[in-house]
Write a protein that binds this ligand. Structure first.
Ligand code: MN
Length: 237
């Protein structure tokens, strides 16, 4: 025979069990609502000195890049399917987005993708230059490293206003150079993933170089992470 006390216990256990699926459902919903987050810099703020000063790196990463991440999350709020995609996928499917958020996602998704990429292609000054297959590709595309730098600097300094210069896989030659305005990049236009890129927004260099973008780009070559660039070149695209 079941006592009243046992019955109450059973009822309590039943209530607790009934609550379990609700808790799971809530946890699942929370786990699903992924948002974009700011990646950590792969080095200290001052690691790129003297080419890029620590204050510029801190502002660029902690404020500018964080801003793109925040605004991307804001633009895609309530759209968990989009929030759960890798940012590279988001920016290659802009046309599928509702028109009212498309420009915000283009600018801020582009900003998030481009900066996440940019931190990776830099490292402490004094690293090794390009070698192996990458060096061969640079030689056959631009006549050598100096020829590459000349063409890349022309693209970077010739970009009117804010934007980026990119090294991408070429069509008739192994490598090609393009530039894009704002936070656009070659991927958005249905092109290949970039191999190397330089940010030529004033926020990337103004504190140290003021309006001398060419001097910034010249100094920036000293912090290119050529091993990472070689890995980008070697991947399937
Ligand atoms: Mn930037």
């Amino acid at each position: 025979m079941i006592t009243r006390r046992e019955m109450l216990q059973t009822a309590a256990a039943g209530a607790a069990l009934a609550a379990v699926p609700t808790l799971f459902a809530t946890a699942k919903a929370q786990a699903k609502t992924k948002v974009f987050t700011l990646p950590k810099l792969p080095y200290a703020y001052d690691a790129l000195e003297p080419s890029i000063d620590a204050e510029t790196m801190k502002i660029h990463h902690d404020i500018h890049h964080q801003g793109y991440v925040n605004n991307l999350n804001k633009a895609l709020a309530g759209m968990p399917d989009w929030l759960s995609k890798p940012v590279g996928e988001v920016i290659t499917h802009l046309k599928e987005l509702p028109e009212k958020v498309r420009i915000a996602v283009r600018n801020n998704g582009g900003g998030h993708y481009n900066h996440s990429f940019f931190w990776q292609v830099m490292t402490r000054p004094g690293g090794p230059g390009p070698k192996g297959d990458l060096l061969k590709a640079i030689e056959s595309s631009f006549g050598g490293l100096d020829g590459f730098k000349k063409a890349f600097t022309t693209a970077a300094t010739g970009r009117f206003g804010s934007g980026w210069a990119w090294l991408i896989p070429g069509k008739d030659k192994p490598l090609a150079i393009v530039s894009s305005p704002n936070q656009d990049n070659p991927l958005m236009a249905g092109g290949p993933r970039p191999i190397l890129g330089v940010d030529v927004w004033e926020h990337a260099y103004y504190l140290k170089y003021h309006a001398a973008r060419g001097k910034y780009v010249e100094a920036w070559y000293n912090v290119v992470n050529w091993d990472h660039v070689a890995a980008n070149f070697a991947r399937k695209r």
